[in-house]
Design a protein around this ligand. Structure first.
Ligand SMILES: [Zn+2]
Length: 253
């Protein structure tokens, strides 16, 4: 498990980015797979969730994860959401305490958002599509419009994701990127195109008014470090690791 240096400077949250080791799942999901939708034995996935909850110290049944669809949709956590009925979206936001929010990935970027002033948290899933659709701007908009956050107070930690070292894309993606002003995120080398999703996310966050020092990017490539993380590009059929974030009770913090 990995901690965010940035989020660790605040006492009111509990968070982690998981790795692939230490769980119950068998190959190709070995071993701490947290995704129910990838073909793994659901009992193993459930045990992995239980293990993670016990290790971090939250109630597994209170966890809200997502049915992720590579959209720009942000969902405000409601009473209807629960562990066995995840909302269909790619970002979750709440000011409710003791409700862990989880984003699952295997190459896409897991983003954790924290506003210590207004005590609001969010998580988001952004791969190429989420970055092209600018989901992070929708998340920051929800912080502002629904929770009166000031962008200057929002911290964002981005976990491991596929780096431009490994993320080769076709010419149609290059064309699409150019068409929406994202040419700066593509490196051309020997007639091939490589996409830098982290660079897009950082640029979008800065454009929203997030302070540069409040953006933390892991920089680890899931495809290069496939022994540590699940990577869809490296493996195809594989598990999901996660970013998880909880706003703690004042009394506990
Ligand atoms: Zn790489």
């Amino acid at each position: 498990m990995k901690k965010s240096k940035l989020l660790s400077t605040f006492s009111d949250n509990l968070h982690a980015f998981t790795v692939r080791s230490g769980g119950f799942s068998a190959p190709p999901y070995a071993s701490l797979n947290l995704g129910f939708h990838v073909g793994d034995n659901p009992w193993h996935v459930e045990m992995n969730h239980e293990l993670l909850a016990n290790t971090l110290g939250y109630d597994k049944k209170a966890l809200i994860h997502m049915k992720q669809i590579h959209s720009e949709k942000v969902h405000t956590v409601s009473a209807q959401d629960n562990f066995y009925n995840p909302p269909t979206c790619d970002a979750l936001i709440t000011d409710k305490r003791n409700i862990p929010l989880m984003v699952m990935v295997a190459d896409c970027s897991p983003l954790l958002f924290y506003d210590d002033e207004k005590k609001v948290i969010a998580v988001a899933h952004a791969g190429r599509q989420g970055a092209f659709k600018n989901i992070v701007t929708n998340v920051i908009k929800s912080f502002r419009d629904d929770f009166q956050s000031d962008a200057q107070n929002i911290c964002v930690s981005i976990g491991a994701s596929i780096g431009r070292c490994c993320y080769e894309v076709g010419s149609e993606i290059f064309d699409e990127a150019c068409g929406i002003g994202l040419k700066y995120a593509i490196t051309q080398k020997e007639g091939r195109y490589y996409l830098d999703v982290s660079k897009i996310l950082q640029t979008q966050l800065l454009a929203c008014g997030i302070q540069k020092q409040n953006i933390e990017i892991s920089g680890e490539c899931t495809c290069c470090k496939n022994d540590t993380y699940f990577s869809y590009r490296a493996e195809g059929k594989t598990g999901r690791f996660a970013g998880v974030l909880v706003l703690l009770d004042k009394e506990e913090a």
